[in-house]
Write a protein that binds this ligand. Sequence first.
Ligand SMILES: Nc1ncnc2c1ncn2[C@@H]1O[C@H](COP(=O)(O)OP(=O)(O)OP(=O)(O)O)[C@@H](O)[C@H]1O
Length: 339
Amino acid sequence: MTQETVHAVTPLVRVQDLSVRFAGTPPVHAVNNVSFDLAPGEVLGILGESGSGKSVTLKTLLRLLPERKTKITGRVEVDGNDVLSLQGRALADHRGGVASMIFQDPALALDPVYTVGQQIAETVMRHEAISKSDAMTRALEMLELVRIPSAKRRLENYPHEMSGGMRQRAMIALALACRPKLLLADEPTTALDATVQIQILLLLRELQQEMGMGVIFVTHDIGVAVEVSDRLAVMYAGSFVETGSVRDVIRDARHPYSKGLLAANLVGAVPGTRLDAVPGAPPPLNALPEGCSFAPRCAHAEAACHASPLPVWTGADGRWARCVQASRTETLAKAEGQR
Ligand SMILES: Nc1ncnc2c1ncn2[C@@H]1O[C@H](COP(=O)(O)OP(=O)(O)OP(=O)(O)O)[C@@H](O)[C@H]1O
């Protein structure tokens, strides 16, 4: 059984056995054999500590990584397109048309030398056969959609003339202007204060439902992950170690890493809850151990954890965890049940 989620509908995103290496001596193994599906209209939260490979996974879906120093293997399909082989016009249509991305720092998306209105209109004109004035009308509609007050006046603003929360809304307006099927969200609320953070999360959830978009939301904040996601994937040292519905993972985590995170951090699960309570540190990504990367930090580690391939425990609704202990507990439970 692979890690793929069981979906009745054709997935919007299908990632199979994705690995990303950055050149170096030795190379950095940033993403390792990651597989997952995302259904249309579904929100997948990828939860992991800093440096676990979350952003690299997202960037691969838009082909934003520097090509010369990066080796990508596996398969990434978005809306039926083989993303890793897209070129020219097809790649340009993919970026911003089919899929778009929002970031922690709006400066990565908003250009300081153009007004917000010009930037949104330009993006729409790049992807659609539309006149300049209709593109400006769309820009206005988008600013209204993300609830920027006095939207007409704000069209003329440069990003630096807006507050942090408003810039974040403008970036979301820009990302959604071409009604993408997939939104990739890279910690978009981390830098905001708590009240603004909640407002932006609620806005994103509402827009996602209204537009029926699939969303992949990466965060190291458990409260945010729980707030926005339908399904969770827990990422550690470049690998997915466990996935399932938010409810299942929260109530019944199977991987010791997820268990540790949740036991230590979940109380209340409000945005702002960070992943800092599991003792120890992840291994360097250019010197990953054989077998389970979490084993050196795991209280239950045994000889079998230091060998590959690791067993995968699978449950209902596409639940799985890659862990010797999780798979053994299940076998023991079944044996107990049969006695
Ligand atoms: N362009 C790059 N060249 C070389 N190494 C990179 C590059 N981009 C990322 N990395 C490395 O890949 C690893 C994973 O980084 P990534 O940004 O995906 O982590 P993350 O989980 O998103 O963390 P954070 O929450 O801090 O953003 C890190 O070791 C990082 O240094």
